[in-house]
Design a protein around this ligand. Structure first.
Ligand code: OGA
Ligand code: MN
Length: 211
């Protein structure tokens, strides 16, 4: 269902050198359909999804001027087969990134995100100001038949200030160096779904707290 793109040297080299990389056809329709079934998307307005907040724990605030999507965190205890399968791929990826980049990555956190029409996420980095745990961002897009006029592009800023826009097409994955790559989500005109997560190097005490 998900191709082992983390074993592809070209992908890893581009991630290291350009700092981000797009992988098309990284996963198939079966994965998307299984995710459609397994996640309570309709609950976007209910308690299962939370209006996404910025920052860590006690400092979290919902700042609608910065982001306006809804998120639902994945749990290793989720019993849905596709979510279990996804965690297995996460573990394989973690191992591949540890080896490729000599990074002591020991943690992954991920959520599905729903951007209702009009939602956006302003320009940001994925690393928090006070901590530097997050190393690699992974985004999987779950939107079949997405058209340019549907908006919702991921705009990625290069080190030289230029930018590239990436449509959230079904089967497309993006990897980014979390601390280096500035990016934003332009307003979507259609409901936009994704699975976003971060591979981190957590210090031991944070892992015990459940980070
Ligand atoms: C994020 C993010 C980008 C996207 O959730 O931090 O930047 O394209 N998402 O969904
Ligand atoms: Mn981000």
């Amino acid at each position: 269902m998900i191709k082992p793109f983390w074993e592809d040297d070209e992908v890893l080299d581009t991630l290291a050198q350009r700092r981000w990389v797009v992988i098309d056809d990284a996963f198939d329709e079966r994965f998307i359909e299984a995710m459609e079934q397994a996640v309570p998307w309709q609950g976007a307005a209910s308690d299962l999804f939370h209006r996404a907040a910025i920052g860590r724990q006690a400092e979290q605030q919902v700042i609608r001027e910065i982001r306006s999507d809804f998120i639902h965190w994945l749990d290793r205890g989720d019993t849905e087969a596709v979510i279990q399968y996804f965690w297995q791929q996460v573990d394989a990826m973690m191992e591949a990134f540890r080896r490729a980049f000599f990074l002591p990555i020991n943690y992954y956190e991920g959520h599905v995100a729903v951007y209702p029409p009009g939602a956006f996420y302003k320009k940001h980095l994925d690393q928090f100001e006070k901590t530097s745990y997050r190393q690699i961002t992974l985004i999987l897009y779950l939107n079949k038949d997405w058209q340019e006029q549907d908006g919702g592009a991921l705009r990625v800023y290069e080190a030289d200030g230029s930018h590239t826009e990436v449509l959230p097409l079904a089967g497309r994955a993006v990897l980014m160096q979390s601390a280096e790559v500035w990016h934003e989500v332009l307003p979507a005109r259609r409901t936009r779904k994704s699975l976003t997560g971060w591979f981190s190097c957590l210090p031991m005490e944070e892992r015990f707290l459940g980070g």
